[in-house]
Design a protein around this ligand. Structure first.
Ligand code: NAP
Length: 242
């Protein structure tokens, strides 16, 4: 069987790096996406030092030229892409401010990476994914983007109003449904995932999950079989409400 090729964006640290490590441990050739060349190289070198198949690729998902160059580089290195994990993400909301007071600059910066960047990377990589026998796209979203949870006073997620971030993830969820519909008659599957509340720079030290478990849902959806789901939202095997 041909070795699978996976690109993980924002994989120089956190859930992205652990996702790369777990995929590589399953024999997938991983491409560690990083907006900083040196940090990306260091992350890939750390994986290689563990005997894992990894290379790095410089890519800022908020920079169109950088995305195009990355797609050309993958084309010349591998000629195709089997797995795209849109993992890069930011949270810029001011935690001491209510939803109505978040600045438009915060909204723009958040959407630039979490939404426009994710869509732009997907558009650039789709021609390479179409060359795969079984392309998989995993959009790393958040349960904070679930409108069902955000509007339900009984939900544990209800009080967490981080509006620019939450709405960006709602957009990621909706985009997942749009793209899955377009690709429904191809072999490419597109799903959104919630990693859990994970101990990373973004999740904070008091988060409930270790990074090893935080990467599990991305890895699972990256490796789903041909009869697996598409157009869904998942966490550790459970289907989540939109
Ligand atoms: P993290 O430790 O802060 O890592 C975020 C990664 O995204 C870093 O590698 C960062 O690169 C990269 N990134 C940010 N902007 C980028 C850009 N423009 N281009 C390329 N890379 C960029 O956060 P994490 O917790 O691992 O989060 C990973 C994903 O999980 C995110 O999408 C996040 O929203 C989601 N998530 C996390 C949690 C949680 O509890 N941790 C919960 C739900 C969802 P730099 O190192 O260069 O900044």
């Amino acid at each position: 069987m041909q070795q699978k090729i996976a690109l993980i964006t924002g994989a120089n640290k956190g859930i992205g790096l652990e996702t790369a490590r777990q995929l590589a441990a399953q024999g997938v050739q991983v491409i560690v996406g990083s907006r900083d060349a040196e940090r990306g190289r260091a992350a890939a070198d750390a994986l290689k030092a563990q005997g894992l198949p990894a290379t790095s690729l410089t890519m800022d998902v908020a920079d169109a030229g950088s995305i195009e160059a990355a797609a050309r580089e993958i084309e010349s290195r591998h000629g195709r892409l089997d797995i795209l994990i849109n993992n890069a993400g930011v949270m810029h909301d001011a935690m001491d401010q209510p939803p109505s007071a978040q600045s438009i600059d915060t909204w723009r910066k958040t959407f630039e990476t979490n939404v426009f960047g994710l869509v732009a990377v997907t558009q650039a990589m789709l021609p390479l994914l179409r060359k795969s026998a079984a392309g998989r796209i995993v959009n790393v979203s958040s349960r904070l983007g679930s409108i069902t949870d955000q509007s339900d006073p009984a939900s544990p997620y209800y009080p967490f109003k981080v509006p620019a971030y939450n709405v960006s993830k709602t957009a990621v969820n909706s985009w997942t449904v749009q793209l899955a519909y377009e690709l429904r008659d191809t072999g490419i599957k597109v799903n959104a995932i919630h990693p859990g509340h994970v101990k990373t720079d973004m999740g904070g030290a008091s988060a409930s999950m270790e990074v090893g478990d935080g990467a599990r849902t991305s890895v699972e959806l990256a490796l789903i079989a041909d009869d697996g789901p598409t157009g869904g939202f998942f966490h550790l095997g459970d289907r989540l409400p939109w």
